[in-house]
Design a protein around this ligand. Structure first.
Ligand SMILES: Nc1ncnc2c1ncn2[C@@H]1O[C@H](COP(=O)(O)OP(=O)(O)OP(=O)(O)O)[C@@H](O)[C@H]1O
Length: 248
């Protein structure tokens, strides 16, 4: 998918000043930069999550398979099934583990029988690396799992609708190092089937999980490129300063 000259306003304030970025298929793109630079704002543009914020307005063009996702005729619920999202804090529904994953495929009419639904639930949990841990308690509440398990449940929920793109907004920031390592490994596996965009505060994490990195500063996209190049040989002085820990 692709953003072309994307501007975002919160009321009168312009928070993103015309960002153009291509998100490449089956790769992990990380968005990095100091706090308040607009990473999450840009991420939320990609599945129109900013629509839910009052006073927020998006300009420019964002396309998914050449569809303009801001086209008024586009169904936003359908878009969010195609571009799934995982948030900073794991937020399972107050429902069973099974129901958390079954919800999306059910409301989108993607399955036609209970056995088909069972299959989607099991395969999504498997892909999220959670099935073995929960297979004997699928009917227990998702909120009873550990933080890292809850986050993998949220990933299973997001991939159950077979999205093309998976957006992750600091998905490990509420997790301990071990749960973080599990999610990072999972991200690497998921890239085979999904396109992933991740916002992270951790440069180490960006370096570990992504193939492409985009550096934001004060609402602008300063530099983007292959992750290795951005971290070892950035062209822009501001990127260099951030990488070296001199800003942010
Ligand atoms: N709901 C909102 N209402 C008003 N202003 C907002 C809102 N959300 C973000 N902003 C402003 O937009 C700018 C970009 O914020 P954003 O959250 O996208 O940055 P970020 O890089 O993701 O920051 P962080 O790393 O701290 O999450 C900031 O100046 C922020 O104050």
């Amino acid at each position: 998918m692709k953003g072309d000259t994307v501007k975002v306003f919160y009321g009168a304030k312009e928070a993103l000043h015309g960002v153009s970025l291509e998100i490449e298929r089956n790769r992990v793109t990380s968005l990095i930069g100091p706090s308040g630079c607009g990473k999450s704002t840009f991420l939320r543009c990609l599945n129109r999550m900013n629509d839910t914020i009052e006073g927020c307005r998006v300009e420019g063009r964002i396309t998914l398979d050449d569809d303009d996702i801001y086209d008024p005729s586009l169904d936003v619920v359908e878009l969010r099934a195609r571009v799934g999202m995982v948030f900073q804090k794991p937020n399972p529904f107050p429902k069973s583990i099974y129901e958390n994953v079954a919800y999306g495929p059910k409301i989108h009419g993607m399955v036609h029988s209970k056995s088909e639904l069972d299959e989607v639930v099991v395969s999504s949990l498997r892909r999220a690396g959670l099935f073995e841990e929960v297979k004997d308690r699928l009917n227990e509440p998702g909120t009873g799992l550990s933080g890292g398990q809850q986050q993998r449940l949220c990933i299973a929920r997001a991939i159950a609708t077979q999205p093309e793109v998976l957006l992750m907004d600091e998905p490990c920031s509420a997790l301990d190092p071990i749960a973080t390592a599990v999610i990072e490994e999972l991200i690497d596996e998921l890239r085979e089937n999904f396109t992933i965009v991740i916002v992270t505060h951790s440069m180490q994490q960006a370096a570990r999980v992504s193939q492409k990195t985009a550096f934001f500063h004060l609402g602008n996209l300063i530099e983007e490129g292959p992750t290795e190049q951005i971290f070892t040989n950035p062209v822009n002085k501001q990127t260099q300063d951030y990488i070296m820990g001199r800003i942010g």
